[in-house]
Design a binder for this molecule. Structure first.
Ligand code: SF4
Ligand code: SF4
Length: 313
Protein backbone atom coordinates (compact mmCIF):
# COMPACT_ATOMS: atom_id res chain seq x y z
CA UNK A 1 0.00 0.00 0.00
CA UNK A 2 1.73 3.19 -1.21
CA UNK A 3 1.18 6.82 -0.37
CA UNK A 4 0.34 8.72 -3.57
CA UNK A 5 0.05 12.41 -4.35
CA UNK A 6 -3.58 13.32 -5.17
CA UNK A 7 -3.33 16.93 -6.33
CA UNK A 8 -5.30 18.20 -8.26
CA UNK A 9 -8.42 17.10 -6.35
CA UNK A 10 -10.40 14.18 -7.72
CA UNK A 11 -14.04 15.03 -7.23
CA UNK A 12 -17.05 12.86 -6.42
CA UNK A 13 -20.73 13.95 -6.21
CA UNK A 14 -21.58 15.16 -2.72
CA UNK A 15 -24.71 14.19 -0.81
CA UNK A 16 -26.94 16.69 1.00
CA UNK A 17 -26.94 19.83 -1.06
CA UNK A 18 -29.33 22.20 -2.73
CA UNK A 19 -28.89 24.48 -5.72
CA UNK A 20 -29.46 28.13 -6.68
CA UNK A 21 -27.55 29.19 -4.72
CA UNK A 22 -25.45 26.06 -4.17
CA UNK A 23 -25.57 25.18 -0.49
CA UNK A 24 -24.07 22.23 1.39
CA UNK A 25 -26.56 20.77 3.87
CA UNK A 26 -24.24 18.23 5.44
CA UNK A 27 -23.26 20.14 8.57
CA UNK A 28 -24.69 23.11 10.46
CA UNK A 29 -22.31 25.55 8.78
CA UNK A 30 -24.62 25.20 5.75
CA UNK A 31 -21.96 26.77 3.49
CA UNK A 32 -23.35 28.67 0.51
CA UNK A 33 -20.65 28.30 -2.11
CA UNK A 34 -19.94 30.43 -5.16
CA UNK A 35 -18.52 28.80 -8.29
CA UNK A 36 -15.09 27.35 -7.41
CA UNK A 37 -15.42 28.15 -3.71
CA UNK A 38 -14.54 25.52 -1.07
CA UNK A 39 -16.49 24.99 2.16
CA UNK A 40 -15.14 25.58 5.66
CA UNK A 41 -14.17 21.90 5.88
CA UNK A 42 -11.97 22.22 2.76
CA UNK A 43 -13.46 19.03 1.27
CA UNK A 44 -16.43 20.39 -0.70
CA UNK A 45 -16.43 22.71 -3.70
CA UNK A 46 -19.01 24.26 -5.99
CA UNK A 47 -18.28 23.09 -9.51
CA UNK A 48 -20.74 24.22 -12.16
CA UNK A 49 -23.43 24.89 -9.55
CA UNK A 50 -23.13 21.38 -8.06
CA UNK A 51 -21.29 20.58 -4.84
CA UNK A 52 -18.60 17.94 -5.18
CA UNK A 53 -16.45 16.33 -2.50
CA UNK A 54 -12.73 15.68 -2.76
CA UNK A 55 -12.87 13.26 0.21
CA UNK A 56 -13.27 9.96 -1.59
CA UNK A 57 -10.98 6.90 -1.71
CA UNK A 58 -8.03 9.00 -0.43
CA UNK A 59 -7.16 8.08 3.14
CA UNK A 60 -4.59 10.19 4.96
CA UNK A 61 -4.39 7.69 7.85
CA UNK A 62 -5.00 3.98 8.32
CA UNK A 63 -3.95 2.09 11.42
CA UNK A 64 -5.00 -0.75 13.72
CA UNK A 65 -5.59 0.53 17.27
CA UNK A 66 -6.84 -0.92 20.55
CA UNK A 67 -10.50 0.13 20.78
CA UNK A 68 -9.78 1.79 24.15
CA UNK A 69 -7.72 4.40 22.25
CA UNK A 70 -10.82 5.87 20.56
CA UNK A 71 -11.68 6.08 23.55
CA UNK A 72 -14.38 3.43 23.93
CA UNK A 73 -14.20 1.54 27.24
CA UNK A 74 -17.50 -0.35 27.18
CA UNK A 75 -17.83 -1.50 23.57
CA UNK A 76 -16.05 -4.70 22.52
CA UNK A 77 -13.38 -4.18 25.21
CA UNK A 78 -9.98 -5.60 24.37
CA UNK A 79 -10.69 -5.65 20.63
CA UNK A 80 -8.66 -4.04 17.87
CA UNK A 81 -10.16 -1.56 15.45
CA UNK A 82 -9.16 -0.58 11.92
CA UNK A 83 -9.01 3.23 12.13
CA UNK A 84 -9.32 5.28 8.96
CA UNK A 85 -9.45 8.99 8.09
CA UNK A 86 -9.60 11.35 5.16
CA UNK A 87 -8.16 14.84 5.76
CA UNK A 88 -10.36 17.80 6.69
CA UNK A 89 -12.60 19.00 9.51
CA UNK A 90 -15.56 21.33 9.89
CA UNK A 91 -14.23 22.75 13.17
CA UNK A 92 -11.20 24.97 13.83
CA UNK A 93 -10.29 23.93 17.37
CA UNK A 94 -7.52 26.12 18.76
CA UNK A 95 -6.12 23.05 20.52
CA UNK A 96 -6.42 20.51 17.67
CA UNK A 97 -4.14 17.53 18.27
CA UNK A 98 -4.51 16.39 14.67
CA UNK A 99 -4.13 19.73 12.88
CA UNK A 100 -1.61 18.26 10.42
CA UNK A 101 -4.49 16.31 8.83
CA UNK A 102 -7.65 18.08 10.04
CA UNK A 103 -6.73 21.54 8.79
CA UNK A 104 -5.76 20.56 5.24
CA UNK A 105 -7.81 19.58 2.21
CA UNK A 106 -7.38 15.92 1.21
CA UNK A 107 -5.67 16.74 -2.08
CA UNK A 108 -2.90 18.67 -0.31
CA UNK A 109 -1.69 15.61 1.58
CA UNK A 110 -0.25 12.33 0.31
CA UNK A 111 -2.94 9.67 0.54
CA UNK A 112 -3.57 5.95 0.30
CA UNK A 113 -5.87 5.20 -2.64
CA UNK A 114 -8.25 2.72 -1.03
CA UNK A 115 -11.87 2.12 -1.94
CA UNK A 116 -14.46 1.18 0.70
CA UNK A 117 -14.18 -2.42 -0.54
CA UNK A 118 -10.40 -2.33 -0.05
CA UNK A 119 -10.88 -1.18 3.55
CA UNK A 120 -13.23 -4.09 4.27
CA UNK A 121 -10.78 -6.55 2.67
CA UNK A 122 -8.00 -5.14 4.84
CA UNK A 123 -10.08 -5.54 8.01
CA UNK A 124 -10.90 -9.15 7.11
CA UNK A 125 -7.27 -9.87 6.20
CA UNK A 126 -6.05 -8.55 9.57
CA UNK A 127 -8.89 -10.31 11.45
CA UNK A 128 -10.17 -6.98 12.81
CA UNK A 129 -13.86 -7.07 13.76
CA UNK A 130 -14.65 -3.36 13.64
CA UNK A 131 -13.84 -0.21 11.68
CA UNK A 132 -13.48 3.28 13.19
CA UNK A 133 -14.00 6.56 11.36
CA UNK A 134 -11.68 8.79 13.35
CA UNK A 135 -8.57 11.04 13.64
CA UNK A 136 -9.90 13.90 11.46
CA UNK A 137 -13.67 14.57 11.27
CA UNK A 138 -15.69 11.77 9.65
CA UNK A 139 -18.61 14.06 8.77
CA UNK A 140 -16.48 15.67 6.08
CA UNK A 141 -15.92 12.27 4.42
CA UNK A 142 -19.56 11.35 4.93
CA UNK A 143 -20.16 9.67 1.54
CA UNK A 144 -17.10 7.42 1.92
CA UNK A 145 -17.93 6.65 5.56
CA UNK A 146 -21.51 5.73 4.68
CA UNK A 147 -20.45 3.38 1.89
CA UNK A 148 -17.76 1.76 4.05
CA UNK A 149 -20.14 1.36 7.00
CA UNK A 150 -22.79 -0.30 4.82
CA UNK A 151 -20.26 -2.75 3.38
CA UNK A 152 -18.85 -3.42 6.85
CA UNK A 153 -22.27 -4.41 8.17
CA UNK A 154 -22.80 -6.71 5.18
CA UNK A 155 -19.57 -8.50 6.17
CA UNK A 156 -20.63 -8.71 9.83
CA UNK A 157 -18.16 -6.04 11.02
CA UNK A 158 -19.07 -3.36 13.56
CA UNK A 159 -18.60 0.35 12.88
CA UNK A 160 -17.49 3.18 15.16
CA UNK A 161 -17.89 6.93 14.77
CA UNK A 162 -15.39 9.21 16.55
CA UNK A 163 -16.65 12.69 15.87
CA UNK A 164 -17.14 16.29 16.96
CA UNK A 165 -20.89 15.72 16.47
CA UNK A 166 -21.26 18.71 14.11
CA UNK A 167 -23.61 17.23 11.54
CA UNK A 168 -27.12 18.13 10.42
CA UNK A 169 -30.02 15.94 11.64
CA UNK A 170 -30.95 14.45 8.22
CA UNK A 171 -27.51 13.06 7.28
CA UNK A 172 -27.12 11.84 10.86
CA UNK A 173 -30.43 9.99 10.63
CA UNK A 174 -29.30 8.28 7.40
CA UNK A 175 -25.98 7.29 8.98
CA UNK A 176 -27.27 5.98 12.30
CA UNK A 177 -28.49 2.53 11.13
CA UNK A 178 -24.98 1.80 9.88
CA UNK A 179 -23.12 2.78 13.07
CA UNK A 180 -22.80 0.64 16.21
CA UNK A 181 -20.88 2.86 18.63
CA UNK A 182 -19.74 6.44 18.88
CA UNK A 183 -17.47 8.66 20.89
CA UNK A 184 -18.53 12.29 20.55
CA UNK A 185 -16.55 15.31 21.76
CA UNK A 186 -18.45 17.75 23.94
CA UNK A 187 -15.93 20.54 23.98
CA UNK A 188 -17.62 23.18 26.14
CA UNK A 189 -21.11 23.63 27.53
CA UNK A 190 -20.91 27.42 27.21
CA UNK A 191 -22.22 28.33 23.71
CA UNK A 192 -19.94 31.38 23.37
CA UNK A 193 -16.88 29.48 24.55
CA UNK A 194 -17.73 26.55 22.26
CA UNK A 195 -17.78 28.95 19.32
CA UNK A 196 -14.54 30.61 20.40
CA UNK A 197 -12.71 27.30 20.93
CA UNK A 198 -13.99 25.42 17.86
CA UNK A 199 -15.54 27.89 15.40
CA UNK A 200 -18.81 25.93 15.64
CA UNK A 201 -22.06 26.16 17.62
CA UNK A 202 -22.84 24.01 20.64
CA UNK A 203 -26.54 23.31 20.02
CA UNK A 204 -26.13 20.93 17.02
CA UNK A 205 -23.64 18.84 19.01
CA UNK A 206 -26.21 18.43 21.80
CA UNK A 207 -28.75 17.35 19.20
CA UNK A 208 -26.33 14.71 17.90
CA UNK A 209 -25.76 13.32 21.39
CA UNK A 210 -29.49 13.00 22.02
CA UNK A 211 -30.16 11.47 18.59
CA UNK A 212 -27.44 8.81 19.00
CA UNK A 213 -28.65 7.99 22.49
CA UNK A 214 -32.30 7.76 21.45
CA UNK A 215 -31.34 5.52 18.50
CA UNK A 216 -29.67 3.04 20.87
CA UNK A 217 -26.14 3.55 19.51
CA UNK A 218 -23.51 2.74 22.17
CA UNK A 219 -22.31 6.23 23.16
CA UNK A 220 -19.30 7.53 25.07
CA UNK A 221 -18.44 11.23 25.47
CA UNK A 222 -15.09 13.00 25.63
CA UNK A 223 -14.68 16.38 27.31
CA UNK A 224 -11.24 18.00 27.07
CA UNK A 225 -10.50 20.50 29.83
CA UNK A 226 -8.58 23.39 28.26
CA UNK A 227 -7.33 25.96 30.81
CA UNK A 228 -9.01 29.33 30.25
CA UNK A 229 -11.57 27.81 27.85
CA UNK A 230 -13.36 24.79 29.26
CA UNK A 231 -12.18 24.68 32.88
CA UNK A 232 -15.02 26.65 34.47
CA UNK A 233 -16.46 24.21 37.02
CA UNK A 234 -19.89 25.84 37.11
CA UNK A 235 -20.20 25.36 33.34
CA UNK A 236 -18.86 21.83 33.70
CA UNK A 237 -21.46 21.14 36.42
CA UNK A 238 -24.22 22.39 34.10
CA UNK A 239 -22.94 20.04 31.41
CA UNK A 240 -23.03 17.06 33.78
CA UNK A 241 -26.56 17.96 34.89
CA UNK A 242 -27.64 18.17 31.26
CA UNK A 243 -26.19 14.70 30.62
CA UNK A 244 -28.02 13.31 33.65
CA UNK A 245 -31.29 14.99 32.63
CA UNK A 246 -30.99 13.58 29.12
CA UNK A 247 -30.61 9.93 30.03
CA UNK A 248 -26.80 9.80 29.99
CA UNK A 249 -26.13 8.82 33.62
CA UNK A 250 -24.46 5.59 32.49
CA UNK A 251 -22.89 7.06 29.36
CA UNK A 252 -19.12 6.94 29.96
CA UNK A 253 -17.64 10.42 30.33
CA UNK A 254 -13.95 10.70 29.43
CA UNK A 255 -12.53 13.86 31.01
CA UNK A 256 -9.34 14.52 29.14
CA UNK A 257 -6.28 16.53 30.14
CA UNK A 258 -5.08 19.24 27.73
CA UNK A 259 -1.46 19.49 26.57
CA UNK A 260 -0.14 22.47 24.55
CA UNK A 261 -0.82 22.13 20.83
CA UNK A 262 -1.61 24.01 17.61
CA UNK A 263 -2.72 27.59 18.43
CA UNK A 264 -2.53 26.99 22.19
CA UNK A 265 1.18 26.12 22.32
CA UNK A 266 1.65 28.70 25.09
CA UNK A 267 -1.18 27.40 27.29
CA UNK A 268 -0.10 25.27 30.25
CA UNK A 269 -1.34 21.68 30.58
CA UNK A 270 -4.53 21.28 32.64
CA UNK A 271 -3.52 21.22 36.33
CA UNK A 272 -4.06 17.83 37.94
CA UNK A 273 -6.22 19.40 40.68
CA UNK A 274 -8.59 20.80 37.99
CA UNK A 275 -8.91 17.31 36.51
CA UNK A 276 -9.68 15.81 39.91
CA UNK A 277 -12.15 18.58 40.71
CA UNK A 278 -13.93 17.82 37.43
CA UNK A 279 -14.01 14.13 38.31
CA UNK A 280 -15.60 14.89 41.69
CA UNK A 281 -18.09 17.32 40.11
CA UNK A 282 -19.22 14.70 37.59
CA UNK A 283 -19.49 12.16 40.40
CA UNK A 284 -21.58 14.53 42.56
CA UNK A 285 -23.91 15.15 39.61
CA UNK A 286 -24.57 11.43 39.36
CA UNK A 287 -22.51 10.39 36.32
CA UNK A 288 -21.75 6.71 36.87
CA UNK A 289 -18.83 6.03 34.53
CA UNK A 290 -16.13 8.69 34.70
CA UNK A 291 -12.60 8.34 33.34
CA UNK A 292 -9.66 10.72 33.47
CA UNK A 293 -7.72 10.70 30.20
CA UNK A 294 -4.10 11.71 29.42
CA UNK A 295 -3.00 11.40 33.04
CA UNK A 296 -2.30 9.00 35.86
CA UNK A 297 -4.22 9.53 39.09
CA UNK A 298 -5.53 7.62 42.06
CA UNK A 299 -9.02 8.32 40.74
CA UNK A 300 -8.02 6.78 37.40
CA UNK A 301 -6.65 3.74 39.16
CA UNK A 302 -9.91 3.42 41.08
CA UNK A 303 -11.73 3.40 37.77
CA UNK A 304 -9.43 0.84 36.18
CA UNK A 305 -10.42 -1.60 38.93
CA UNK A 306 -13.94 -1.56 37.49
CA UNK A 307 -14.71 -4.01 34.72
CA UNK A 308 -14.71 -2.41 31.30
CA UNK A 309 -17.64 -4.52 30.26
CA UNK A 310 -19.83 -4.23 27.18
CA UNK A 311 -22.24 -1.39 27.74
CA UNK A 312 -25.47 -2.13 29.52
CA UNK A 313 -27.69 0.24 31.43
S1 SF4 B 1 -19.66 19.84 5.36
FE1 SF4 B 1 -18.15 21.40 4.73
S2 SF4 B 1 -19.03 22.44 2.98
FE2 SF4 B 1 -20.67 21.29 3.97
S3 SF4 B 1 -21.64 22.78 5.33
FE3 SF4 B 1 -20.11 21.68 6.53
S4 SF4 B 1 -18.24 22.89 6.40
FE4 SF4 B 1 -19.61 23.61 4.79
S1 SF4 C 1 -12.97 18.66 15.83
FE1 SF4 C 1 -11.19 17.39 16.28
S2 SF4 C 1 -10.09 17.21 14.34
FE2 SF4 C 1 -11.51 18.93 14.14
S3 SF4 C 1 -10.33 20.73 14.66
FE3 SF4 C 1 -11.38 20.04 16.51
S4 SF4 C 1 -9.92 18.72 17.56
FE4 SF4 C 1 -9.21 18.97 15.43
Amino acid sequence: MDLTETSPPQLHPAMYQKSEPAECLLCPHNCQLKEGQWGICRTRVNQGGVIQTSAWDNLCSICIDPIEKKPLYHFLPGSRTLSIAIAGCNMRCLNCQNCSISQHPPHELPSYRLSAKDVIKMAVMHKVKNISFTYSEPTVFYEYMLETAKLAHKRGLKTILVSNGYINPEPLEELIPHIDAANIDLKSFDPEMHLKLTGARLEPVLHTLKALKEAGIWLEITHLIVPGYSDNMEVFRKMCRWLVNNGMVYTPLHISRFFPKHKLEETEPTPRRTMEEAYMTAYQCGIQRIYLGNMQSDLLENQSNKTHSKGTE
